[in-house]
Design a binder for this molecule. Structure first.
Ligand code: PLP
Length: 429
């Protein structure tokens, strides 16, 4: 598509957008009666207007049924997670039995490593991306120490080449293959939080398995964003949060994926709790843990009904929209347009003030565009916020803007460009 840096052009794209009605399903932050241009769905998704009503139903169940709410009323709590599983499965490309909502993301990362990081003899290393989200780094380091290893020795980080920001798939494959003797686990993000790079997850999975390793993914920035086929790719395990692209609310519930091929493996370690016990016999309260089959067997505590209600409200919108395949084309065009617009701003300024570090190829990125500002970065970001453009800031000089296909428009992107030019002129004088 030939893009134009014109409001009429952006408005025409919005006019043709089959998803345009979904924008009105969300609340945008407002100041002095004016809506923000919200480009921060990679950090916290907007509140679905339906969230309060879905939550209200469960508040009413609690009010009117109290403990009976576990088995009585509309959407009884005992089985509520099954409704979510059906809707989570298409988000990550899994069967419903392979996914389950539970806990929060880093907690699940730990729990899944308990099961799937199984060092033995020489094979104890973990291959991961350099510059992974800090929580993942801390989780992996502490797991290694827990097993008695020195993280400095046990972690193999893959970094971009000199002068580059993103990883080449061939380099990832090579490092994994080079460690075919000693790698126990390959643990990657699906989409890198800093650069917005969507890794070739299938290639990483194939390479990991060929090297004799287990392969897991943290999908915090991938789930609800890019098309995923965890089951078909043969990924061993994954987890994600619901509050970024999936609009599940601050601190919202996390989801896990465990591939079906592991369901009957009785040698897997797990930190068990009563809610992972076989559902039909759970209330016999017997000694000796027998896991429910599938991802449900990883549950520990009783289900978190209220956070699940918020996640459910949002997943229903994804379902109505046609899940990720329906969103992806628009998402690719939105980010392509944003990258075009940033380059237009550079042209207008007559200098390369901004540099996009997110992959240029749409197939290698999700909904996020990360932009280095070569000068006055923090000030430019702050002035964007003053002008009611809400993206997010990463030290030392990166502005991340995420046009989300469910609720952002091409006009949002156009207006962001106009404001970026305006504030850049202000700060560069
Ligand atoms: C957002 C994010 C987290 C956050 O973890 P919580 O446990 O939900 O606080 C972890 N890992 C990655 C890769 C993230 O992007």
């Amino acid at each position: 598509m030939i893009f134009k840096n014109k409001l009429t052009f952006a408005a025409a794209l919005d006019e043709q957008d089959p998803l345009q009605q979904f924008r009105s399903s969300f609340f945008f932050p407002v100041l002095d009666g004016k809506e923000f241009i919200y480009l921060c769905g990679n950090s916290l998704g907007l509140q679905p207007k339906s969230a309060r009503e879905v939550m209200e139903l469960q508040m009413n169940n609690w009010q009117n049924l109290a403990v009976e709410g576990w088995f009585e009323g509309e959407e009884p709590w005992m089985f509520y997670h099954k409704e979510l599983k059906k809707l989570m499965a298409p988000i990550v490309g899994a069967s419903a039995s392979e996914v389950c909502p539970m806990n929060t993301l880093t907690v699940n990362l730990h729990l899944l490593m308990v099961s799937f990081y199984r060092p033995e003899g020489k094979r104890f290393k973990i291959v991961m991306e350099a510059g992974a989200f800090p929580s993942d780094q801390y989780a992996i380091e502490s797991q290694l120490r827990f097993h008695g290893y020195d993280p400095l020795e046990a972690i193999i980080e893959i970094a971009p080449r000199e002068g580059e920001y993103t990883l080449r798939t061939g380099d990832i494959e090579k490092v994994i293959a080079d460690h075919a003797e000693d790698v126990a686990l390959v643990l990657f993000a699906g989409v890198n939080y800093f650069t917005g790079q969507w890794f070739d997850m299938q290639a990483i999975t194939v390479a990991g398995h060929a090297a004799g390793a287990v392969v897991g993914f943290d999908l915090a920035h991938a789930a609800g964003n890019v098309p995923l086929s965890l089951h078909d790719w043969g990924v061993d395990f994954a987890c994600w949060c619901s509050y970024k692209y999936q609009n599940g609310g601050p601190g919202g519930i996390s989801g896990i994926f465990v591939h079906e091929k592991h369901f009957s493996d009785t040698t897997l370690n797990r930190f068990a709790g009563w809610w992972g016990y076989k559902e039909e016999q759970r209330f016999k309260m017997e000694k000796g843990f027998v896991p429910e089959s599938g991802a449900d067997g990883w549950q520990i505590s009783c289900t978190q009904v209220m956070p699940m209600a918020l996640y459910y409200a949002s997943l229903k919108i994804f379902e109505e929209a046609g899940f990720i395949p329906a969103l992806r084309t628009k998402s690719e065009t939105l980010t392509s347009y944003l990258i075009f617009i940033v380059n237009e701003v550079n042209k207008e300024l007559g200098e390369e003030l901004f540099r996009v570090i997110t992959p240029e190829k749409a197939a290698d990125r999700g909904a996020q565009v990360s932009i280095i500002a070569n000068a006055h970065a923090k000030l430019i970001f702050e002035k964007l916020v003053e002008n009611q453009v809400l993206g997010d800031w990463r030290e030392p000089n990166v502005i991340r803007l995420s046009p989300v296909p469910l609720y952002n428009s091409f006009t949002d992107v156009f207006r962001t460009g106009a404001l970026l030019l305006q504030v850049s002129r202000e700060v560069t004088g």
